[in-house]
Design a protein around this ligand. Sequence first.
Ligand code: NDP
Length: 293
Amino acid sequence: MTLISGPQVAEKVLSECRRDITQLKADGHTPGLAVVLVGDDPASRAYVRSKDKKCRELGLHSVKLELPATTTQPELLDIVARLNADPAIHGILVQSPPPPQIDEAAIVRAIDPAKDVDGFHPVNVAKLALEDPSGFVPCTPLGCQRLLIEAGIETKGAHAVVVGRSMIVGKPMAMLLMAKGTGGDATVTVAHSRTRDLPSITRQADILIAAIGRPHFIRAEHVKAGAVVIDVGINRVEDPSSEKGYKLVGDVAFEEVAPKCRAITPVPGGVGPMTIAMLMANTVKACRQAVGH
Ligand code: NDP
């Protein structure tokens, strides 16, 4: 069984970013990312902090806007409009979930698709479906695909089963795997909470992607011997032995599933580091496209 290392592949992606940033800077362009946080959800705050830190490490221009939980829809739309017009900003991300008074879908639609480095704007969703490489693909599924490619997992002709159909992970993951070319050309099945007899479906998978949001949901009975398993899940479970009182676990019961696998990603240390690396890569791509590099 091979353990697919997220940090190792993420570092490779980041070193490609460093190379591209050096070239862009030499030509007078610094890629810029604006991350907008509304409210003070601790998990969101931590995500925003780590994105800002990674930008700075890479030498990107980073703007972190922390807005009060009382921010109104028009105020947020105004900020998005200003970032859309700012030539120093190539990528815009509004951290999810916003407070209830904010219409998140309307905010996503207000972001210039050319700066939508999260890949959530309808134009970018369409570009993914159309296999148009100028679009932005959501960072987590893009990172999963890169993990498969770097681990030498052949997707062409493989049966990939994606459990989860969210717009952030499951659906774009399925589109990437069924697209033509490297990391694609798979035969894809998408399962969700209404799927009948899930284990009989997931057991057909050569490649199983778990994006469910339920701790240790995928058990040995769900997995065929020799399968490749990518665990997207990040779930907090109580852990009195840890200082924080909780620990992070995946959607896969790693201990019992790993011995059956050809390859598997751990949690932590799997998909997580790839998401932020792909965000950096998308920001660099946005800058290159903006300046015609
Ligand atoms: P969502 O809650 O949006 O989607 C979960 C999906 O799982 C839904 O399609 C749902 O089906 C399906 N599902 C739920 N219960 C079952 C079940 N019993 N059987 C089969 N399918 C089921 O979650 P996300 O896609 O946003 O995230 C999924 C996981 O990935 C979470 O743990 C999240 O924390 C993690 N994540 C990790 C990231 C990373 O950087 N590593 C980034 C983003 C997410 P239905 O549509 O029918 O409700």
